[in-house]
Design a protein around this ligand. Structure first.
Ligand code: EAX
Length: 328
């Protein structure tokens, strides 16, 4: 029925495997994320909490703060650096000023299939990036999935770049994303995720782009009538720990957090991919008009976005881009 939207059925949390980890001390982890409690990211965090609490025999307690209650992606990351928050899991995109190589993931249509993103993130390139990001007061311990981004707007169906003319599109705080929407003919407006619902509701911006699951869990469909399945960017999440907190942990617990972060990331990918089509259907059922593009229509977007690759090649590093593109 129009307006109704069924609650998303989350798959059950997996059983925790692995022995109890023996180490000294009691610790509390406040873990903050920008997406809401009904998203796949939060489900992953619940699994992380279960693993860490069970395997530490309750000596590490994890408390989850969804919905940017403790700040948006950038604020939470700063709080980790200051040592006032223990963990967060932002999209890589808002962190490009700190870690410029992350911008490679913002390149449009980089990963035609999610397994290709997995291969890069779980392979040498991704592991090197986690090491590089373990600096500036942060320790990066794993990847997760935000996913393929889809366009929504309040004005009209969009099936070609021409339809974007004049539309104000909120982007993440990321110059490459702004370049994408400017190149397509829209007016990009960067803003934190925490402000986005209100901005859409009040018409400060006409549209935004996020994975289906985030669109639904943040109720953007209540203020956006139109969506287009563009799959234009695949966004990873990165699991970060405050270095100040990390350095207080016995090595055994550091290893436990690493294991749990890997398991969380893999589980989150499963959940996100299992639910993606179901959520798209739920959004349709709720009355959202979703445009699915043909291969030729996608090609038009891709061709129009070719200059973006040239614009960013030097900044990101041509070698890294080529390395990834030969893998996909
Ligand atoms: O971290 O800002 C966004 O649109 C992201 O997809 C969101 O922050 C999840």
């Amino acid at each position: 029925a129009l307006g109704a939207s069924a609650a998303t059925e989350m798959p059950p949390l997996p059983e925790v495997t692995g022995d109890k980890v023996e180490a000294e001390g009691n610790f509390n982890i406040k873990f903050s994320i920008g997406t809401t409690k009904s998203g796949a990211q939060y489900r992953g965090l619940e699994y992380f909490e279960k693993i860490v609490e069970q395997r530490s025999g309750g000596d590490i307690q994890v408390e989850l703060f969804p919905g940017a209650q403790l700040g948006d992606d950038l604020q939470a990351t700063s709080a980790l650096q200051a040592g006032t928050l223990e963990m967060t899991m932002p999209s890589t995109s808002p962190l490009v000023n700190m870690f410029p190589k992350f911008a490679v993931f913002d390149l449009p249509f980089l990963f035609p299939k999610p397994e290709m993103a997995d291969a890069v993130l779980d392979g040498e390139i991704g592991q090197q990036m986690l090491e590089d990001a373990s600096s500036k007061g942060l320790v990066a311990i794993g990847w997760g999935e935000n996913g393929y981004r889809q366009l929504t707007n309040s004005q009209r169906p969009v099936d070609s770049p021409d339809d974007l003319e004049g539309l104000k599109i909120r982007t993440m705080q990321n110059e490459l994303h702004m370049d994408i929407w400017r190149t397509l003919g829209a007016n990009p407006t960067p803003m934190s995720f925490a402000e986005l619902f209100t901005a859409l509701e009040q018409g400060v911006v006409d549209g935004q782009e996020n994975p289906w699951i985030t669109i639904k869990s943040s109720k953007f469909n209540e203020v956006q009538d139109y969506a287009t399945e563009t799959n234009h960017v695949y966004t990873p999440f990165i699991t970060l720990v405050s270095k100040r907190f990390w350095d207080r942990l016995p090595e055994e617990y550091q290893q436990l957090l690493r294991d749990a972060a890997t398991k969380m990331g893999n589980y989150q990918r499963d959940v996100s991919r299992t639910l993606n089509d179901q959520i798209k259907q739920d959004l349709k059922d709720s009355g959202m008009q979703i445009t699915e593009l043909t291969d030729e229509q996608i090609k038009v977007f891709q061709n129009k976005l070719e200059p973006v690759y040239k614009n960013w090649r030097d900044e990101i590093g041509g070698e890294l881009i080529d390395q990834i593109r030969t893998k996909v």
